[in-house]
Design a protein around this ligand. Structure first.
Ligand SMILES: NC(=O)c1ccc[n+]([C@@H]2O[C@H](COP(=O)([O-])OP(=O)(O)OC[C@H]3O[C@@H](n4cnc5c(N)ncnc54)[C@H](O)[C@@H]3O)[C@@H](O)[C@H]2O)c1
Length: 235
């Protein structure tokens, strides 16, 4: 009689826990997405310029820090963003899932939006999608699996109810790299999709005038704003 044969379970490679990087994860929709992915068993990296908020949420999700970490970065800064991606990659693994959610909601009209403000907002809300996908996709491609989800907005299709034309233009823009990356990466097991929420009740709404919020609510057929958890479930 030889040595006992290993059981099927003992020879099955230990499943590696997938890593998700969510930008703008400290609050609102990003926080809900992060919570949902963590609940589903992924390790989550919470990238946000609000370090205090991201640290607090990461601690709530996992006080030991084994499955949730905060990364302090501004997505409009490519070098800082690269350092954040390197930090998660060297601690756990390069992200398997990337959620480009961080964005700034800004008011304004086509007549008065400041040109520098236009450029700054584009760097945050649109260019960051390119920067982060370029940083994360090569490792996904090597692994033959990856998921990229970009958070667009109905404002990108209809103009903003409460946000300005630069916000709407950036969100319309997000849909194009989503399609281009999806075509480039599909053959490597990577899907790239966008979700486009309408009005969702998040802290960003607290800064908006009550009458603009009422106008927005009046135009919603179900008569209420969406909830961050509803967007998270979709992602
Ligand atoms: N709330 C809505 O009604 C609504 C509707 C459509 C689309 N969206 C989109 O959903 C996403 C989340 O929206 P929200 O309402 O939760 O916003 P929010 O303002 O409540 O949260 C945004 C988060 O992103 C972070 N952030 C902003 N700029 C950043 C930067 N440069 N670098 C790193 N982090 C940054 C903020 O610190 C914050 O934690 C955004 O892309 C937004 O445009 C929201």
């Amino acid at each position: 009689m030889g040595a006992p044969r290993p059981s099927a379970d003992s020879i099955r490679p230990t499943a590696v826990r997938k890593v998700a990087l969510v930008t703008g994860a400290a609050r609102g929709i990003g926080a809900a997405i992060t919570g949902e992915l963590h609940r589903r068993g992924l390790r989550v990296a919470l990238l946000d310029q609000d370090d205090t908020g991201a640290q607090a949420l990461a601690k709530t999700l996992d006080p030991d820090g084994d499955s949730a970490m905060a990364l302090h970065a501004d997505v409009s800064d490519p070098e800082g963003t690269q350092r954040a991606v390197q930090a998660v990659s060297s601690t756990w693994n390069s992200p398997d899932v990337l959620v480009n959610n961080a964005a700034r909601t800004a008011p304004g009209s086509v007549w008065d939006v400041d040109l520098d403000e236009w450029d700054t907002l584009m760097a945050t809300n649109l260019r960051s999608v390119l920067v982060l996908t370029r940083l994360c996709a090569p490792a996904m491609r090597e692994r033959g699996w990856g998921r990229v989800i970009n958070v667009a907005s109905l404002a990108g299709q209809q103009g903003g109810l409460v946000a300005g034309p630069h916000f709407a233009a950036a969100k319309a823009g997000v849909l194009v790299p989503t399609k281009v990356f999806a075509q480039e990466l599909a053959a490597y097991g990577i899907t790239v999709n966008a979700v486009a929420p309408a009005a969702v009740q998040t802290p960003v709404m607290d800064d908006l005038p009550a009458e603009a919020l009422q106008r927005a609510t009046d135009r919603i057929p179900v008569g209420r704003f969406g909830r961050p958890e509803e967007v998270a479930a979709l992602v």
